[in-house]
Write a protein that binds this ligand. Structure first.
Ligand code: AMP
Ligand code: GLY
Length: 417
């Protein structure tokens, strides 16, 4: 089979690595890929958002399966366009991707199917939203409805701050059209956890769990980022919590998909707030997480291409997912200044010095004249499996010391639990 992966981050590198292992695959392409992906796949210079070029390339090259990594092309309808040309694609269609593309759509769905989530209201008029702020208790969570590169959620300590956030999003168009509509909701307390699931239209099957670290600095200080590190499995997922999630979230979500005739195929990533072995849904995403994928896929024993094809065909079973007992840790090496301003183009050295059992996923790198250069905020995800979390953690940090680039920035407390 010829497979094309769309995207350019650490997530796509992890997906490519797993796909490349499959005996079914004769040729692997990635659009646009990065400096690490280029070592295992043929990178094609097409941006993930350039839907028409991706479709054209897929038809021209006889691609059998397209795997879409990031949310933007899913929300824009890449899978629909590929299917129209008879090309198989892993990921939801435009309608399914609305679960990530529109927070109000997701919240209305959760309300309709009694899925536990924060109380909320949807507004399309800033004046009305501001007038009704007094009906919410502080802190108040203000969310832009559409995609905002992970920046569209503002947690406001006071009514004044919430008013400011509403004006910035709706009137000043801080996130463009993504803010034409907003969701205002109650603030939830507890511990956040992510659950990634494979969905085949009829079944939602959870993968092994992961714990993400969203803040830039040690001790959960600093700004929110895409994720600075991760480990799997996440011990918060007790049997009791898993049972709660199945009954109150997964089964009801599936019932909703079926009632609404949403033929969801791909990955459903559920962001949860957990308290006392119960959980509420913070959000749905319709793709693999980054860096969750970098710790979950290295633990997968089964053939990822098989699983993806079964999702598309609608016949995935729980037994199709086999996992390693080993634990996995990843630590993200970022460019100094991330998630705000940072420089690119710094030479990365020491990648050839890391131990053989270390996996270095590239997030933002490019190759130039035989050198690997930084090319983004999250540059590398240094990953190891171990019999215990401590062993995996030790291996990762021991090897990070060998990798160097100017203004390197990373957390020292990932998986220290
Ligand atoms: P979302 O994109 O909706 O997951 O929101 C991004 C982040 O904002 C989440 O990972 C949480 O840390 C935080 N967040 C979102 N909604 C809430 C809420 N209702 N209560 C507390 N924190 C929230
Ligand atoms: N790590 C969070 C995300 O991928 O959305």
């Amino acid at each position: 089979m010829k497979v094309l992966v769309v995207g350019s981050g650490g997530r796509e590198h992890a997906i490519c690595m797993k796909i490349e292992e499959s005996s079914k695959v004769s040729k692997l392409y990635c659009a646009p890929g990065n400096g690490g992906i280029a070592q295992i796949a043929q990178c094609v210079d097409i941006k993930a958002e350039d839907l028409d070029k991706i479709v054209e390339f897929s038809v021209y090259s006889g691609i059998d399966l397209v795997v879409v990594g990031p949310e933007a092309p899913l929300v824009a309808g890449l899978v629909d366009k590929l299917n129209e040309k008879g090309i198989k694609a892993f990921g939801p269609t435009k309608r399914g991707a609305l679960f990530e593309g529109s927070k109000s759509f997701s919240k209305d769905f959760m309300e309709k199917y009694s899925i536990p989530t924060a109380k909320y209201k949807v507004y399309t008029n800033s004046q009305k939203a501001i007038e009704e702020l007094n009906s919410f208790q502080t802190p108040i969570v203000v969310k832009a409805d559409g995609l905002a590169a992970g920046k569209g959620v503002l947690i406001c300590e006071t009514i004044e701050e919430a008013e400011e956030a509403i004006k910035n999003i709706m009137d000043e168009k801080q996130f463009g059209n993504a803010g034409n509509r907003i969701v205002i909701e109650e603030f939830l307390r507890g511990t956040e956890a992510s659950l990634l699931c494979f969905v085949d239209g009829k079944n939602i099957i959870p993968m092994e769990s992961a714990r993400d670290y969203k803040k830039a600095f040690d001790g959960d200080k600093g700004l929110n980022t895409g994720g600075m590190g991760c480990f799997s499995p996440n011990p918060i997922f007790t049997e009791e919590l898993k049972k709660y999630i199945k009954e109150h979230i997964l089964d009801k979500t599936l019932k909703g998909f079926i009632s609404e005739k949403i033929d969801f195929k791909g990955v459903l990533f559920i962001g949860l707030m957990v308290e006392n072995n119960e959980a509420k849904v913070l959000e749905y995403n319709t793709r693999f997480g980054d860096p969750e994928t970098e710790v979950v896929l290295p633990r997968l024993k089964s053939d990822l291409v098989d699983i993806m094809l079964k999702c598309i065909e609608g016949n995935l079973r729980e037994e199709d997912l086999k996992w390693k007992e080993e634990k996995c840790v990843t630590v993200v090496l970022a460019s100094g200044g991330y998630p705000e301003n940072y420089e690119k183009g710094k030479e990365i050295t020491g990648l050839d010095k890391v131990d053989e059992d270390i996996i270095v996923f590239h997030g933002g790198t490019r190759l130039s004249e035989g050198k690997v250069l930084t090319d983004g905020g999250r540059v590398l995800a240094v990953t190891a499996l171990g019999r215990t979390l401590e062993e995996a953690r030790y291996k990762v940090y021991n090897n990070i010391n060998k990798i160097k680039f100017d203004k390197i920035q990373y957390r020292k407390d990932i998986a220290r639990i």
